[in-house]
Design a protein. Structure first.
Lengths: 236, 246
């Protein structure tokens, strides 16, 4: 009995050690499978926990990051919409909708405006506060009459080929905005002008800046960072 | 000689070694995640509590390769850590072994006596139950830190969805700080624990692998301080001094 148990423990210890060694390997296939399995499970847990009533609260007296709010883009230079070459900037709302929209910034600003001071959670671990003004994605979905096929939403930008797709529930969260204002001013090019996606319910990389299209879709469509190995769900 | 006793139940031994694996991967990947932004200050702010704010952790201590890889490891291994912790705590509760680690009146005095013994102020090893008072407090602090780590981890994993947990730690920034400090304390305790195993009671290695422990070679029997009487001969224990059956 004791010997059996000892042998069992030796084998267990050896296999645990093997797992560790495999993990240190540069490209461990079995580890990848395990991690992909865990990511799928985690996504189910995260979607199960998600509630539209769970909101991000920032104290009204909390200072905003202001000039310190990090600026981030894929292009080497700050992307600026070139009106001369591309015409007036418009936000396209399309896909699984009955009434596709094509909105100028003025059109967008005529829609019900939400102004909220919230956290921005970066995948790197920092968070920064700003007051964002814009239109709820859920209001855009209502205006465009999104159909039952709309299970996912892809947010596309004019910053190279940057885009990230979201689950419908997170996109419909009341704090998920297509924002055109920051701290009381129109967005600057460094922060995603003319409009960007902003929500505290997803990590920063899911919040597409330099927005051009909001496409409702029956299937998920990956994303710039999620295709490179970051979690697709990226929820907070 | 009846000095050999079964000291650790197989559940304790199994959860101990699973814990080693889980904590090594969790701490390593956690420190790699930390290195993506090795500071507690928000952009544009200062964080005076950490004089090294902005200094990354040496990469040889980290695990997971890059931020996304480390996050995948962290969010996979967290389930093993939590499940393992629940099994261990459930066992302690059901088998009454929580009595071996939960503090009680007199522990502070006993810990002071142990400290005096280790510092050569007191010549003889204080009498003890399964663990000495210093061990007891360390083995109690570890699961407490584990619970703090799990709660603060949930607070920074889901600061909106589980915002009520984040609130327990004031906000995201402080939850992240608590998560880090509790991890550092747990690693410190684990290092001291490993040091003491080799410096005072190497015979306990057998007890955490097979479960068997020779009481005749316990630190109390050997009157052992760190590096003193490390391999001292087996001495008569209470078990041997017991009256023979009539």
């Amino acid at each position: 009995m004791t010997v059996d148990r000892r042998r069992f423990l030796t084998i267990s210890a050896a296999s645990l050690g093997g797992t560790l060694l495999a993990a240190c390997d540069a490209d461990p296939k079995s580890a990848r499978k395990l991690l992909a399995f865990a990511e799928r499970g985690n996504r189910r847990v995260e979607e199960g926990l998600f509630r539209h009533t769970a909101m991000n609260h920032v104290s009204p007296s909390a200072p905003v990051a202001g000039q310190s709010f990090p600026k981030y883009m894929i292009s080497k230079t700050t992307p600026i919409w070139d009106t001369a070459a591309r015409g007036v900037w418009r936000l396209e709302v399309s896909g699984a909708v009955r009434r596709p929209l094509s909105l100028t910034l003025d059109d967008l600003m005529k829609l019900p405006r939400i102004t909220q001071k919230v956290d921005h959670f970066c995948v790197e671990g920092w968070n920064a506060r700003a007051t964002w003004s814009g239109v709820r994605v859920s209001d855009l979905a209502r205006a465009a009459e999104a159909t039952d096929d709309a299970q996912y939403v892809d947010f596309t930008s004019f910053d190279e080929d940057y885009h990230e797709s979201w689950d419908m529930a997170s996109a419909m969260h009341p704090q998920t905005l297509v924002a055109y204002g920051m701290d009381g001013y129109l967005l600057t090019p460094a922060h995603g002008a003319p409009a960007r996606l902003h929500s505290p319910v997803k990590l920063g990389y899911k919040n597409t800046k330099y927005l051009t299209r909001v496409v409702f879709m029956p299937a998920q469509n990956g994303g710039y960072w999620s295709d490179q190995g970051y979690e697709w769900y990226g929820g907070t | 000689m009846a000095t050999l006793v079964k000291r650790n139940h197989w559940v304790v031994r199994l959860t101990h070694w699973v814990n080693v694996l889980a904590i090594v991967i969790m701490a390593g990947s956690g420190m790699r995640i930390f290195n993506a932004h090795p500071a507690f200050a928000r952009p544009g702010e200062h964080f005076p509590l950490n004089p090294w704010d902005g200094t990354p952790i040496p990469s040889w201590l980290t695990f997971g390769g890059w931020l996304a890889g480390a996050r995948h490891w962290h969010f996979a291994m967290m389930w093993l850590l939590v499940a393992n912790g629940l099994v261990y705590l459930g066992f302690l509760f059901l088998h009454g072994e929580w009595r071996d680690i939960v503090p009680r009146r007199g522990d502070a005095r006993d810990a002071w006596e142990m400290l005096k013994f280790y510092l050569f102020v007191r010549p003889d090893h204080p009498a003890q139950a399964k663990h000495n008072a210093l061990q007891k407090s360390a083995y109690f602090a570890m699961p407490v830190l584990g619970i703090i780590i799990v709660l603060s981890g949930l607070a920074i994993w889901k600061p909106v969805t589980l915002g009520f947990i984040t609130k327990l730690f004031v906000n995201y920034k402080w939850a992240r700080f608590v998560h880090f400090v509790a991890m550092a304390l747990l690693l410190l305790l684990a290092l001291v624990h490993v040091f003491m195993v080799f410096a005072v009671d190497p015979y306990s290695l057998r007890a955490i692998v097979t479960g068997w422990y020779d009481r005749a070679r316990s630190p109390e029997a050997r009157n052992a301080r760190p590096f003193y009487h490390l391999f001292g001969p087996a001495r008569a224990t209470d078990a041997e001094r017991e009256l023979p059956p009539v």
